[in-house]
Design a protein around this ligand. Sequence first.
Ligand SMILES: [Zn+2]
Ligand SMILES: [Zn+2]
Length: 379
Amino acid sequence: MKRFLIYVACLSLALVFLPAMIAGGWWKWDQKEAEINFTHPGELAGESIPLKIYIAGKNEIVEMEMEQYIKGVVSAEMPASFHPEALKAQAVVARTYALRKSSAGGGSGCRSHPGADLCTDSTCCQAWEDEKAALHKWPAQEAAYYMARIWEAVNSTRGLVATYQGNLISAVYHSTCGGETEAALEVWSSSTAHPYLQSVECTYCRHSPYYEAELALDFSAYTAALSDEKEALPVLAEGKIPLLEVVERSGSGRNLLVRIGKPGRLYSGSEVRGLLGLPSTYFQWRVAGEKIIFRTRGHGHGVGMCQYGADGLAKEGKDYTEILKYYYQGIEVENYHFLSGRQDKNTSTQGSQAPHHPAVAPADMMDTPDFRKSPGSQG
Ligand SMILES: [Zn+2]
Ligand SMILES: [Zn+2]
């Protein structure tokens, strides 16, 4: 009798829980977890910097250690399959950007989320993802390998930042430049303080899917995209040819000012990029039948490090410091602890103690949210 009761109890449990487990996909999840067996290598020693990160999907601010945060940025901002030296360059750039913006680095924090040093929204600060999300976006059999590459890139550059004349640089970057990066001065009038952000030739990003691309828009789609732009109407002339005219180009060939309509209105290149959904302001067009065909180069604003270009340079044998010095002219790569020491010395006469406050250039419009538009990169 006792044995019978145990048998009934077991059967009931199985009947209740087994369907729930199967329906919930529990067994699949467990299988995937088992396949992704990423063992965390030891962290390198060194002082850590706590950051307050606003997690966009969860609407909460969590405290995170700098190097941990950088791992999530590198995996979200650059394909883990890129060359190890490109991943290291990305880690240094992401760390520099984060420190300059954080209160620990003397920055004013995320503009959209008061109380946070940075947020995980790529259109505002830098993209970031947690380790579980990163592991599950890769094929299960490769996930541990990719995660190990991210860890290696971050650990081997621990604490390293890019500086210009002793100050943290405005470490802006983008996906693909398309042949030549853009000088900051062409994009932001207040950029005289950033002599390290010059235009440099870059064909190292040729392997990017965005190096050159075409986007064909029917006249109807083109007109619809500009339908809210009352001053730009009419956007088509009587012969149905789009009234679109470049008024000013930058030295690298990107469109700075474009007139749409007649008399129409002047738009910045990035406004047109946003309205028409183009990958960059580096575009030309032609009319074919009832279509306007945009030929674009690159993806992103084009200023600072070209991520695909970093990968291309690494494949040609350049290391991460050479890559950084190529895209940010005249910079140094150094540990932020040296910066804090220098800052302590500079401020000691004023009686200020700031163990974690490196010298930082004043905030400027280069850190404004509309500077970064494309997902997967700041550009
Ligand atoms: Zn933000
Ligand atoms: Zn490039």
